[in-house]
Design a protein around this ligand. Structure first.
Ligand code: A2P
Length: 284
């Protein structure tokens, strides 16, 4: 799924439909794309991914997010979702949490192939290569659905042109939640063109916090203990060579950002590139 900054909280009207008939009942609002769901895959009872058609005119930079909604109300609820697919893909992919009672995900988790989703037209976000100064090693640090923007970036050839090493880090509560990142890694490694570009560059470092796993613990603890670096066989964060992107919960971002700053990295933005950037994972 996605990373979000501030959600656009359109009030949910009293009339909310729950199923495909809703698409007939409510008009498509102006200024949104109405796209068709082409694939849905559920990983756990908390996480799923879906793919949709892509509007011919829709352009975005790998790592950006868009606002997604459903045609199930007079004023649909929109939430920010990182586009998980790369900029060259014919379709769009999203990775989503299922929040019980969540104003959007309660309904979104029930979508099926052929259903319609709404997408606002303008992508945005800070997890883009242009917001980082040139470097050698890129860390993509994520928890849960925070991996979504990185799913886009690790499938973008540009990332391998710009960096010698790309380390995708994902921590989840449960082992089954790590499956999406493993699939992504395998997809890149076996891809006709990307496989060659990524060979010897892309590395996946995963950990689980609430189930037994060969790598146990939060990313912050793995940084503090030095285990992240010793497992990877690399020196600790170095602002002269290392760049990072962070995507997770607010608490995860704050705690991970503290660690990067401790090692001398500095937060950047689109208009002021520096050595790391952050974006909050969507949680509603
Ligand atoms: P934990 O199981 O110890 O809470 P969530 O689904 O709540 O967003 O959590 C996803 C993963 O992020 C979990 O493994 C969780 O660990 C971890 N996590 C939660 N808060 C932080 C934090 N402040 N710093 C680093 N990791 C965190």
């Amino acid at each position: 799924m996605y990373c979000q900054r501030k959600p656009t909280l359109n009030a949910l009207t009293s009339t909310v439909a729950t199923s495909a008939e809703a698409a007939q009942a409510f008009p498509i609002p102006d200024n949104v794309f109405a796209e068709t769901v082409t694939e849905v895959r559920h990983y756990t009872d908390r996480l799923f991914r879906f793919r949709t058609t892509r509007p011919a005119s829709f352009r975005f930079r790998s790592g950006e997010f868009v606002m997604i909604g459903l045609p199930n109300a007079d004023r649909p609820v929109f939430r920010a979702y990182s586009v998980a697919s790369p900029a060259w893909d014919d379709e769009l992919e999203f990775f989503s949490i299922k929040v019980p009672g969540g104003p959007l995900t309660e309904y979104l988790q029930k979508i099926k192939v052929g259903d319609t989703i709404l997408m606002r037209k303008k992508p945005t976000g800070t997890l883009v290569i242009d917001a980082l100064l040139p470097g050698k090693r890129l860390y993509l640090l994520s928890t849960g659905t925070g991996v979504a923007p990185f799913a886009s970036l690790i499938r973008d050839p540009e990332v391998y042109e710009k960096f010698d090493e790309v380390i995708l880090v994902q921590t989840c509560r449960e082992v089954a939640e790590l499956a999406y990142a493993h699939e992504l890694y395998d997809e890149v490694a076996n891809h006709e063109f990307l496989g060659e570009l990524a060979a010897g560059k892309l590395r996946l470092y995963d950990s689980a916090t609430r189930e037994p796993h060969p790598r146990q613990g939060r990313v912050t603890d793995l940084i503090d203990s030095g285990k992240l670096f010793s497992d990877l066989g690399v020196p600790p964060f170095d602002p002269s060579t290392d760049r990072a992107m962070i995507c997770g919960s607010m608490a995860m971002i704050k705690d991970t950002k503290d660690r990067l700053e401790h090692f001398g990295l500095v937060e950047g933005a689109n208009n002021a590139p520096n050595t790391f950037v952050v974006e909050r994972a969507f949680v509603g």
